[in-house]
Design a protein. Structure first.
Length: 587
């Protein structure tokens, strides 16, 4: 504060100060600011006990409410240790004295549509949390010479022009702890599942710098989804960012949910961030996870469609902060953002209300940075940093399969690959409806076990050849025998890749199926019988090759002799149990 511009003080209290108190306050101000200060008194009947002393944008709060607030903040800084909390509170009460440091205070200029414009907070920073006189909080989102643009984390109906705003000096953050496992929370970390409060051990900012190159190591450990078509052709590694993209109602959430279910017993923390979804959909997903005993290692962060755009904007960053808490403790984390299209829409609404210039498709120019600074935080940390990982599965909704729209192209360029779900495939019964031509994993075989890499072989090439041949022969009625066999082989592969929801496959089941299919063991099996063949064949292999199944799951290796053993067993099953005459007649 300059002495010339701020030489006037305003004292607010319910009664005028005595001459002695006035003299002591003027002496305090002269000592504080190094120059004589004039002081005016204003009546404020709300200040029954204590007073407020304002000098420019700085305020000294000696009211009862101010002291209680300071004391509450001091209690919140205590470590959350159950055994020692009572002695710590007792010691804090005995030793606590009010802080006489000035606070910076501002005033609300305008308020409406989850946005408040604030003046007087000259030193507030971008992303800082502000507290309004009504008790709700907001976050600084726009810095202008004439004032601050602040998004509100609550109902702003009680705010009026001239309401007092205080700085907290804190950036937006979320409480974190192991106690969040198995819980459903909102975008601010408050539980909404009716199971009581969550004991937090730390407070993490929702905005953090992504790990640097030195703090990372290559993505080289698989994170199995349990979905045959993905694990075989588009493998996902721990620390990777794989986009799930497709039109509405094509099974995007189903893939993410099956991936979460497949992490059971693998010591992976799963965080599902629901952005702009119906509350009933989130409740149904929670029930599904509980039914499959998966909530013990899951956290659901929900910002429903009925929530404000502010909460929908903050939700993925809050989920990422929770994921980082576990990642920096050496844990492997899977986080699903469902979906970032609605996140971008919420940010667009806030930006337009903050009077930022719209760009392509009315989105603000920094929407690319919005998602890149979120997804770049996914990483496989170096051993020096604990070796933890965060694997991100962002979901993006397209319109009529248009992947060239603004938000899809942005996120495709940020991620390490995409799984594209095609509407035509979905409605034809091919589920998951993965488009082999448009889907890709830029990590590739580095994220596969040797067993899966060996077993998958030429699967993607064979499927691509089948799709090409299917297009050229769909109007032809006269096909030679070789072409018919190739088409039947491709149809069998496509049927094999159909997988019911909530039934992820183990690694050895995928290897058994791929080895048999790509060596044409099931060449003569009609496409409509593939599902039954798969079920009975896997049951047969479990009975006769249980030791091999266990070894594949444990080591991830597949020796040539193991491949031959699988082939021999598959041929035995086909000739002796599937294709025998009595079985054929029965079918």
């Amino acid at each position: 504060m300059s002495n010339q511009s701020e030489s006037k003080a305003v004292l607010r209290s319910s009664t005028p100060p005595s001459e002695e108190n006035r003299r002591r306050l003027l002496a305090f101000l002269e000592k504080k600011y190094g120059a004589p200060v004039t002081m005016e008194w204003e009546r404020d009947d709300k200040l029954v006990d204590g007073f407020l002393l304002q000098v420019g944008s700085e305020i000294y709060d000696w009211s009862v409410e101010g002291r209680l607030r300071q004391f509450k903040e001091r209690l919140e800084q205590l470590p959350a240790s159950r055994g020692e909390i009572i002695p710590l509170i007792r010691e804090t009460v005995q030793n606590w004295t009010p802080d006489v440091a000035p606070e910076e205070m501002g005033r609300v200029v305008t308020v409406g549509d989850e946005i408040a414009t604030v003046s007087g907070l000259e030193h507030a920073a971008y992303g800082e949390i502000l507290v309004f006189s009504s008790g709700i909080k907001g976050m600084v989102q726009d810095l202008k010479p004439e004032g601050l643009g602040c998004i509100l984390f609550g109902d702003g109906d009680e705010l009026t022009e001239g309401s007092i705003v205080r700085r907290t000096g804190k950036t937006a953050g979320i409480p974190v702890s192991d106690g969040y496992l198995g819980r459903v929370v909102d975008a601010l970390g408050s539980p909404i599942d009716g199971k009581g409060e969550i004991l937090a051990t730390e407070y993490r900012p929702i905005e953090m710098a992504a790990p640097g190159i030195v703090d990372r190591q290559p993505v080289n450990r698989p994170l199995e989804t349990g979905i045959l078509s993905i694990d075989a052709m588009f493998p996902i590694g721990r620390g990777q960012r794989e986009l799930i993209i497709g039109d509405r109602q094509t099974g995007k959430t189903a893939i993410a949910l099956d991936t979460i279910l497949n992490q059971k017993g693998k010591d992976v923390v799963c965080i599902y961030v629901a952005i702009g979804q119906k509350a009933s959909s989130v409740a149904q997903l929670t029930q599904t996870l509980e039914k499959h005993e998966a909530m013990d290692y899951c956290i659901i962060v929900s910002a429903c469609a009925s929530d404000s755009a502010t909460l929908q904007y903050v939700a993925p960053y809050a989920g990422c902060a929770l994921a980082e808490y576990f990642m920096y403790r050496g844990r492997d984390v899977l986080i699903v953002y469902d979906d970032l299209s609605k996140h971008a829409i919420a940010y667009r609404a806030l930006s337009l209300l903050l009077e930022r210039s719209p760009g392509r498709e009315a989105y603000p120019g920094d929407v690319f940075y919005l998602h890149s600074r979120l997804l770049e935080r996914s990483a496989h940390l170096s051993d020096e940093k604990g070796g933890g990982s965060m694997t991100a599965l962002p979901i993006v909704e397209t319109q009529a399969g248009d992947v060239s729209a603004y938000i899809p192209t942005n996120i495709i360029s940020i991620t390490d690959g995409q799984i594209f779900l095609e509407s035509d495939l979905f409605f034809s019964g091919q589920r998951p409806a993965v488009n082999v031509g448009l889907s890709v994993s830029r990590v590739g075989g580095d994220a596969q076990t040797r067993a899966m890499k060996t077993a998958a072989g030429v699967l993607r090439l064979d499927l691509a050849q089948y799709r090409e041949m299917e297009v050229f022969t769909q109007f032809s009625s006269d096909l030679d025998e070789l072409t018919r066999k190739q088409l039947a082989y491709g149809q069998g592969l496509m049927r094999l890749l159909r997988q019911p929801q909530y039934h992820p496959m183990s690694p050895h089941e995928q290897v058994f199926l791929l080895v048999a299919a790509l060596h044409h063991v099931m060449q003569e099996v009609p496409a409509r019988e593939i599902e039954r063949f798969r079920r009975e064949y896997l049951a047969y292999m479990e009975r006769t090759r249980g030791d091999l199944a266990h070894r594949i799951d444990e080591t991830g290796q597949l020796a040539p002799s193991d491949t031959q053993a699988i082939l021999d067993a598959a041929q035995d099953f086909y000739t002796k149990q599937w294709a025998k005459p009595s079985g054929a007649e029965a079918r």
